[in-house]
Design a protein around this ligand. Structure first.
Ligand code: ATP
Ligand code: MG
Length: 570
């Protein structure tokens, strides 16, 4: 039927089939469309979050898969809440995720003139009218799910009067809120969206994209379907809450006699331990509960980026969760799992000591320095190795030392032998404690015959720990993160309490006295590493050569931490 048939998704390409993919494939196979045009339509009233990422991956991903294209369209109908900063951030985040809209960057506000002409057309057809009711009156007459609404006096205004008033609304003759333009549909309709919805409101305010050209603005419902139609969108993919708006979009398109995209709804992404509403995210930022939109604890794309999430991990997550028709909550651990899977393969291994304690090898010659080759990824020899200096005084993790033995604890305590990774076997001879009883210095002897870290006689050493040469290591700041909320569902609070009550007060821990390998100094923002035994870390934009700053993206799993009931590291 078509000359230029779009390509169906490759079998076994890693993508699981889902109902949207199937619908599109059927539309192409049946000749309904020759190509696929989708769009991602954000309102620029905040930063994008991981839920948007799902929509972006879906819209751009399907277009790519079927050889079509995806538009980036700003649904910018509310100038009071929209800003250029958000437009810029949205473009940056979509690009960072790995998608390209080419020249197809659109703004609903570029269609304002066309929308205005269509509104006049509906007035002329007797399908729209100017209403002078106050918002309270409109609401009161709207009815409920069980009661029909009732028409107001203005509903039967003559066409000429409606046209005149609407033109004067545009000309700026009336103050904000004085009148609205409404569609004339059915005040008794079973679907409340069909009870003469508002199409235009008066708002004397400049617009971030359209400037000061307008003082009346279309509602989202009046703008959205027509914008899709203008752009020739074949599949208008949106979240479930728009299902009840679909009859309205259809009514507008039919009344105007213009092209109908096919609207397909899917369930929003919800994640445990976080919030996804833009309004709440804005509150978190404005009230200083986080350090900004890109705070590493935020579920925003910019926050996830700063936290160390990669576009690859986020795309894999989006593919993994699939699309469904029913709302559900995805465990945030799945998102973290996708990051671990990606970084496990790609992240170079490094040594870092987060809570340093001095280890002194009493039988190691003072002043002597050796160098050891340490593999960049023990599971992947192709990743090569690096040279680390070794000396008599080392830094090790406080977690790796105990003053006395503990059940199932195989690391350093007096009398026990451990391996210093890639260096030597050492046996703890004693610890020095401060007044509070905390270990501040550890003494040990090394076995010169174990150079490289293997026992000459094959004796078993149960634990391997990492280290840094004290003379060589560089001070660094490391920021550890936990969930933003203390419980999976932040809305699950006793009556009268708000989600703010379950904000996690310990979601960020800043460690300033850390030590890292000297080779890490000067790593660019966004560079990621596995700090052996501690997790995956990323260079924060606050980092300077004089003071490197790393964020922990995710921990590694640790069996001992589980046994000990500890949250982390070890
Ligand atoms: P609001 O409309 O309340 O400002 P929104 O989150 O719907 O917030 P939009 O800018 O309208 O923000 O969203 C752009 C696109 O992203 C829409 O197509 C929307 O359906 C989709 N989207 C938003 N949130 C999610 C989510 N949690 N999961 C999947 N898609 C989402
Ligand atoms: Mg929306």
């Amino acid at each position: 039927m078509s000359e230029r048939q779009s390509t169906p998704p490759a079998e076994g390409a890693g993508e699981r089939s889902h109902f949207i993919r199937d619908l599109i494939a059927a539309d192409l196979a049946g000749g309904k469309h020759r190509t696929v045009i989708t769009r991602f339509p954000p309102e620029p009233n905040g930063y994008l979050h991981i839920g948007h990422a799902k929509s972006i991956c879906l819209n751009f991903g399907l277009a790519e898969e079927f050889g079509g294209r995806c538009h980036l369209r700003f649904d910018d109908t509310n100038p009071l809440k929209e800003e250029q900063e958000y437009i810029d951030a949205i473009k940056r985040d979509v690009r960072w995720l790995g998608f390209d809209w080419g020249e197809h960057e659109y703004y609903a506000s570029d269609y304002f003139e066309q929308l205005y002409r269509w509104a006049e057309e509906l007035i002329q057809k007797g399908l729209a009218y100017v209403c002078d009711c106050t918002p309270e009156e409109v609401r009161a007459r709207r009815g409920t799910l069980t009661e029909p609404g009732s028409p107001c006096l203005h509903r039967n205004r003559p066409v000429e009067e409606n046209l005149d008033l609407f033109r004067r609304m545009r000309a700026g003759e009336f103050p904000n809120g004085a009148r609205v333009l409404r569609a004339r549909i059915d005040m008794a309709h079973g679907n409340l969206n069909m009870r003469d919805p508002v199409m235009y409101r008066i708002l004397h305010a400049p617009h971030p994209h359209a400037g000061s050209a307008w003082c009346i603005y279309p509602t989202y419902d009046w703008a959205h379907g027509q914008s899709d139609s203008i752009e020739g969108i074949t599949h208008s993919i949106c979240t479930l809450e728009f299902e009840a708006h679909r009859p309205l979009y259809d009514w507008f398109l039919d009344a105007l006699g213009i092209y109908h995209p096919r609207q397909i709804e899917f369930a929003r992404l919800n994640l445990t331990y976080t919030v996804m509403s833009k309004r709440r995210l804005l509150e978190l930022v404005q009230e200083g509960m986080v350090r900004g939109w890109d705070d590493p604890r935020m579920p925003t794309i910019s926050g996830l980026r700063r936290r160390g999430f990669t576009p690859e991990a986020i795309r894999a997550f989006a593919e993994r969760i699939g699309v469904a028709k029913r709302d559900s909550v995805v465990d945030i651990q799945l998102l973290e799992h996708c990051l671990r899977e990606d970084l496990n393969v790609r992240a170079p291994r490094r040594f870092a000591v987060l809570r340093p304690v001095k280890l002194i090898l009493d039988n190691y010659p003072p002043g002597q320095v050796e160098h050891f080759e340490v593999p960049n990824n023990p599971e992947n020899p192709a990743a090569g190795s690096r040279r680390l200096a070794f000396s008599r005084e080392l830094w090790i993790e406080a977690e790796d030392v105990r003053a006395s033995p503990l059940p199932k604890y195989w690391r350093l305590f007096p009398g026990n032998e451990v391996r210093l990774r890639s260096a030597y076997l050492v046996t703890c001879t004693g610890v020095v404690k401060d007044a509070s009883g905390a270990v501040v210095e550890v003494h040990a002897t090394f076995d010169p015959a174990s150079r490289g870290g293997s026992a000459p006689d094959g004796r078993r050493v149960k634990s391997t720990i990492h280290w840094l040469s004290a003379a060589d290591a560089v001070p660094a700041e490391v920021r550890l993160y936990d969930h933003l909320f203390t419980q999976p569902d932040p809305d699950d609070v006793p009556e009268g309490q708000s989600w703010r009550a379950v904000l996690n007060p310990n979601s960020e821990e800043v460690l300033t006295g850390c030590r890292v390998e000297p080779g890490l100094v000067g790593s660019p923002t966004g560079a990621f590493f596995q700090f052996e035994r501690l997790g995956y870390f990323v260079v924060d934009p606050d980092s300077t050569p004089a003071r490197p700053v790393f964020n922990r993206s995710v921990t590694l799993k640790d069996a001992w931490a589980k046994v000990a009931g500890r949250g982390e590291s070890g």
